[in-house]
Each structure stands twice: as C-alpha cells, then as structure tokens.
Design a protein around this ligand. Structure first.
Ligand SMILES: [Fe+2]
Length: 167
C-alpha cells in the first residue's frame, strides 16, 4: 500500500518546505565547497571559495533561525539538486588531470551551482514578500547577495582563466 503524504495547500506551507530544502542544500554545499577548495589549483578561485565557505556557515545559521520561528517541523528536507552537484564535482575530478583543465571543469560546475542558488533565493524571497514576512525577506536578500557575489566572482575568474588548448 502506498503511503500518501499530506499535500501542501498554502503558500506559507510551501515557503517553510522550501526553507527546509534550502537548509539541506546549504549543509551539503558546505562539504561540496570544501571538496572544491582542495581540488582547484587557481589561487583566485580558491580564495573566492574560501570566502563562500564562511558565508555558507552563516547561511545555515540564518536558515535555522528562520525555521525556528515557525511552529512547523524545521528539519532539513533532502535537496536532490545539491546531491546532483556533488556528483557533478566528483565526476569532474575523476575525469580530468589535476591541472588547469580540472579547474576549468570545476569552474563550470560551480557556476551552474550558483545559478541554482541565486534562483532559489530569489524565488523564496518573492514568496516571503507575498507573505509579508519582512524580517525574513531581509535575511533572504542578504543570503541572495552573497550567492550573487560568488556567481559574479566565478564569472570573472572564468573570463580571465586561461587553459591551453591542444588539438
Ligand atoms: Fe549557498
């Protein structure tokens, strides 16, 4: 017999659900960022990722505090997207030699990951706005700015990054 879960019927429920997924994503991202830091060789890239590791620790604390205000269950709900990016990172490491080609592959994964992060916080922020959760919106916008900042840094690194092409 199939166990039927109760469906989400209101935006507030969807908002809390997504906060819980965000919490799971950030916790997984913390491991993923550590893996990226140890795997890349470009110093600019490494330092941008180190800044974001500290920011991510802070995001986890903030998401926990947002969830603790709600009466609903605040435990993380596993983010499948973050698991997908973890797999992408491991594949990129496995498929490349440890040089600028690996950096190029990992920059690509990290940029795709940041598009996902930026879009997620932009969307959940718009829900907080609709729900008139002004204090929440303020916090979510701060996180969004950190995510956008890394996305921009990765784009800059990518533009200036040189990897020798051979044919
Ligand atoms: Fe993040």
């Amino acid at each position: 017999m199939r166990f039927v879960l109760e469906k989400i019927t209101e935006l507030n429920g969807l908002y809390v659900h997504e906060l819980r997924v965000r919490l799971s994503a950030e916790k997984q991202m913390l491991d993923l960022i550590a893996r990226l830091i140890e795997s890349v060789s470009d110093e600019n890239l490494k330092s941008a990722l180190k800044v974001h590791r500290t920011e991510t620790e802070n995001h986890i604390t903030r998401l926990d505090s947002l969830l603790s205000r709600s009466t609903a269950d605040g435990n993380p709900i596993k983010s499948k997207a973050a698991s997908f990016f973890k797999d992408e990172v491991e594949s990129a490491i496995m498929d490349t030699a440890s040089n600028s080609v690996r950096d190029a592959a990992l920059i690509g994964v990290a940029r795709r990951m940041q598009q996902y992060e930026v879009t997620s916080y932009d969307e959940i922020g718009s829900w907080a706005k609709t729900l008139k959760l002004d204090a929440d919106l303020e916090i979510l916008n701060q996180i969004l700015r950190d995510e956008e900042s890394l996305a921009q840094k990765l784009m800059d690194v990518s533009r200036h990054f040189s990897v020798e092409a051979t044919s």
